[in-house]
Design a protein around this ligand. Sequence first.
Ligand SMILES: Cc1cc2nc3c(=O)[nH]c(=O)nc-3n(C[C@H](O)[C@H](O)[C@H](O)COP(=O)(O)O)c2cc1C
Length: 553
Amino acid sequence: MNLDSAIERTLAYHQRTKHHLHQYARSPGFLDWATQPNPFRTYAGAPHIELELLADRVASSYGDLFQLGVIPPQSIGVETIGILFELSLGLSAWKQYEGSRWALRCNPSSGNLHPTEGYLIVPEMPSLTGGVYHYVSRDHSLEHRCLLNQVAHADLPGPLSPNGFLVGLSSIHWREAWKYGERAFRYCQHDVGHAIASVRFASAALGWSARLLDAPGDSEVATLLGLDRDADFADGTAADREHPDVLLLVSNAAPSSLPLYLALRPLSSGTWEGGANPLSPQHVDWPVIDEVAKATWKPETAPMETFRPAALPPLIPSSQVATATLIRQRRSCLALDGKTSISADTFYRMLDSLLPRPGVPPWDVLPWAPRLHLGLFVHRVHGLTPGLYLLERDAAVHERIRPALRNVFLWKRPPGCPEHLRLWCLAESDLRDVSRTVSCSQEIASDGAFSFGMLAEFGNTIRHGGPWWYRRLFWEAGVLGQMLYLEAEAAGLRSTGIGCYFDDVFHDLLGIRTDGFQSLYHFTVGRPVEDTRLTTLGPYSHLKQKKSIPAGP
Ligand SMILES: Cc1cc2nc3c(=O)[nH]c(=O)nc-3n(C[C@H](O)[C@H](O)[C@H](O)COP(=O)(O)O)c2cc1C
């Protein structure tokens, strides 16, 4: 496929998978429980390493994450790597209702279907044999997929040793397509974004840096993670193959010393172990997902010049709750109370956390400048008139976004808004009904303090940057979502990512007529109403032999 047709197909996929008021994107329309994919991938036959549950030993508080140099870097070893996975992709609880039980994880996922798989690539270290590992969140264990011999060890990128390691992420599209059909590819990308931010927050809790490596191509990532090993995906696993997504370099060196580029060579001389488990007895094909996956397949590219954000006033210190507690208590709200107002300071602090600051997580993990901005429905914020607002996460977007929106908008600065926060009131009105309608009539969008759609600089980014930017824009949306999930918890509130929204209804409201800007994800924040019918169990309560190990005296 040449570049022009890849771009065309990518844009066509986006258009085709929009939900419209009277027509949703194509999906099965019902849940076929007989083919529900297993949410846990395993590689039978690969040697196992059981990790301990040590996250309660993490001393940092949530507020510490955003203050430079406050958390001393921990040494890298099997225990701290275990904590990184426990607090990023690990289980956070089990929920139980009548005869059903389901696991929740630190990273959220559309429909709780969890298409994202996590990998570790480490050099030899005293507490851990070098190689490629697959993380099994259900068991909090690592499967040793590739054992390095000496030749393969020499193939590991130099900067990994002794200060760093790689975390790899991949997606099983079928897990989301089983329920959501054609729109599922979007949700898989959101989930990758949430996982990227989850890894960034967990690494920050250990005093570590992390950075997305933008140069490697998907083929290289697949080879490095062993995803292209056909022999390991035999016996009915063809449709639940993993699509390579991203490599994150994690290091206990300072963020400024992380290399822009790592020479990656396939670990072909290592010994690979284990075969993937089939996830469903049968599959339904969604050819447009395969097509868009192909169209957005990333080639190897030159490393991009890292975006250096301007210095901003430091974030106002927030919750002193232990990071591990806050990360594991993160939940999506199922209902909001429809009455609680939040203070303007809380609102501004939440929005402020979405602006990149040098060396501050999660934004320092992405090497590019912000390409997503928020179109907000403010419902209940003390001192702010309810209405439609816009947050520009980058000053440069103003001259592009203003002409793209309705020319009747007010462009008024809200009272008391910090100067560096580019928040504009566009229209004053009670938009509760509108916001609910836009988000597929979900009441969580109108019953909170505020909700919003994330407006990406869309068409030009994909036409000029390459079709793989389609995935990256969704990743940025997922990072935004993860940041706000934690911010909401820290403020004693709760939030939910909203993948179901009527794309063009939102665009029409704003006056958007071209693909210059497109909404890629919606979100809501407010005071939750708990569902008391559900019972909550500990994240690893199903494993009798695994107990959380608290900090020593
Ligand atoms: C990309 C994405 C889209 C989502 N869309 C919706 C949605 O439209 N409506 C909703 O109620 N929840 C939505 N959720 C919330 C998920 O259902 C929730 O994350 C999942 O059930 C796991 O629960 P947890 O977040 O409490 O761990 C979405 C989550 C993500 C990550």
